[in-house]
Ligand binder design. Structure first.
Ligand SMILES: Cc1cc2nc3c(=O)[nH]c(=O)nc-3n(C[C@H](O)[C@H](O)[C@H](O)COP(=O)(O)O)c2cc1C
Length: 177
């Protein structure tokens, strides 16, 4: 099973999408990763009656089949953007026992704990296993379409390797009775 990376920014030009692509590139060293851009899979706002949509089924299947899932998202209002939350609301149970990691693009340094409540909700609701390595990058770490900050690049590689390691180990562990 490969890694799965979600790019959740709906903005045409997006720094979190650059992080997602950099993670996909880094993943070639650990077996590869599929990148799903939410702009290519439009979802309505979840209202509790939209679960049966074909797009939801496709995304749930991709999540279920992945070794681990990385979420590359913009920070909005000290949290992940609403599109990322809408994805979770739609695909809920697919995240059960799933290894999950985060790559965040932000406007400034002050929101560096932005993934905390989102990660907590995945852990509490679905027993997702959150990789304790985070990528958090601001404008200064990019040039054009590239991540130019060596520390952020190293963090991307470390996150990808850890997600693959955690995911593989969890898949090999005997399921609880
Ligand atoms: C509605 C909105 C809310 C934002 N809130 C925050 C915030 O709380 N903290 C922060 O550091 N940046 C915030 N930003 C800046 C974005 O995180 C930043 O522009 C980031 O690059 C967006 O990611 P993207 O380029 O992948 O779309 C906000 C931007 C928008 C549009």
């Amino acid at each position: 099973m490969p890694l799965l990376i979600f790019s959740t920014s709906l903005k045409p030009v997006s720094r979190s999408r650059i992080l997602a692509r950099a993670a996909q590139h880094a993943a070639t060293a650990v077996g590869g990763a599929e990148l799903i851009d939410l702009r290519d899979h439009p979802l309505p706002l979840c209202d509790g009656a939209t679960f049966g949509l074909p797009a939801v089924e496709r995304l749930s299947t991709a999540i279920r089949g992945a070794t681990a899932v990385l979420i590359a998202a913009p920070v909005y209002n000290f949290d992940l953007n609403a599109a990322a939350k809408n994805l979770i609301e739609h695909t809920g149970k697919a995240w059960e026992d799933k290894v999950v990691g985060f790559l965040l693009a932000a406007g400034g340094q002050r929101s560096y704990m932005a993934a905390q409540s989102f990660a907590g909700s995945l852990a509490l609701d679905f027993r997702s296993v959150v990789v304790p390595r985070f990528v958090y990058a601001t404008r200064e770490s990019f040039s054009g379409e590239a991540v130019t900050d060596p520390e952020i690049q190293a963090r991307i590689v470390a996150l990808v390797e850890a997600a693959q390691r955690f995911g593989t180990a969890l898949a090999a562990a005997p399921a609880p009775r």
